[in-house]
Design a protein around this ligand. Structure first.
Ligand code: UTP
Length: 293
């Protein structure tokens, strides 16, 4: 089985659901507890064995590159002030030189188009795709769970999660056939953002994928779909006619940080998962709920 060495993280979207916060700050840099969302997702990818991450960026996104680079003045000041522990933590967070690549999507034409921008860096091997506005709170992380299934099945893998039917219009939704194992099914169809009555299931695509490189050939001539954007789901649907796809219902939680409510929920869930914060946060939440109108 080919090992999955590379991951694509598209970060070139406009983040319109998160305005005005995302006007000058990339939404992927918005903080969940103590680090930007993109850092959580890179950590998840590296924990799953990814060796190299390709970030597809756009205009206004240079803060992301700066975040994963040395900050000489800051580091010198922390050293002078004897804040060695903080400094060492910052340095430990830096991916080793050469583990990240950046390529630009010059216009935000859609997620499928963003993924296509990484084709030359990925080359002819299967790769992971992680959407940085979907945060997974799970041990092992969702990407690791996908890797585990891929080792057995090969092919293309999509992480899915059950949602209430009325929410299907916000996501890609899969149709499933035969169960391969507990929580693993053969995918028989996919549809992007269906109305609840048209949705083939309530299993939504939750932002983690393993894809075969043939997807790039299909993305090259993929016509715009839902929302006038070039959608990865439309290209995956075409690849489904040639190759097997498997849905994996991941264990743990997914938080959609693309909207303010999802982002707030992610912050609370991640903080409640942090022993240094959980007890104090519980007490604060109880106090706030009591005081709320
Ligand atoms: P989203 O649709 O959630 O992000 O895409 P968006 O377009 O930035 O947000 P809204 O809908 O306007 O609020 C999922 C991921 O794909 C990236 C986004 O940055 C996000 O991480 N993306 C989306 C691109 O890189 N390029 C695109 O053209 C579209």
């Amino acid at each position: 089985m080919t090992r999955i060495r590379k991951a694509v993280l598209p970060v070139a979207g406009l983040g319109t659901r998160f305005l005005p916060a995302s006007k000058a700050v990339p939404k992927e840099m918005i903080t969940v507890v103590d680090r930007p969302a993109i850092q959580w997702v890179i950590e998840e990818a590296f924990a799953a064995g990814i060796e190299h991450a390709v970030l597809v960026t756009g205009r206004n996104k240079s803060a992301i590159e700066d975040h994963f680079d040395h900050a000489p003045e800051l580091e010198a000041t922390l050293r002078e002030r004897g804040k060695e522990e903080l400094l060492n933590r910052l340095l430990a967070d830096l991916p080793a030189a050469g583990r990240l690549s950046y390529t630009r999507q010059q216009r935000p034409l859609g997620l499928g188009h963003a993924v296509a921008c990484a084709r030359d860096i990925i080359g002819e091997e299967p790769f992971a795709l992680l959407l940085p506005d979907m945060l997974s709170l799970a041990e092992p992380g969702h990407m690791s769970q996908l890797m585990e299934v891929h080792e057995k099945t090969g092919g293309n893998i999509i992480a899915v999660e059950e949602v209430p039917r009325e929410d299907t219009h916000k996501y890609g939704v899969v149709a499933i056939g035969e169960a391969m194992a507990e929580g693993v099914w053969r995918i028989t169809g996919m549809v992007e953002k269906p109305a609840p009555e048209d949705a083939p299931s309530n299993l939504i695509i939750s932002g983690r994928y393993i894809l075969q490189p043939e997807i790039f050939r299909l993305l090259a001539d993929q016509a715009p779909g839902a929302g006038g954007e070039i959608q990865i789901t439309d290209a995956m649907k075409r690849l489904l006619a040639e190759q097997p796809f498997f849905a994996v219902r991941t264990r743990g939680e997914t938080h959609d940080c693309g909207s303010p409510l999802g982002f707030l929920k992610a912050n609370l869930a991640f903080a409640l998962n942090d022993p240094a914060l959980a007890d104090d946060l519980r007490a604060e939440m109880a106090r706030l709920l009591k005081a709320a109108p």
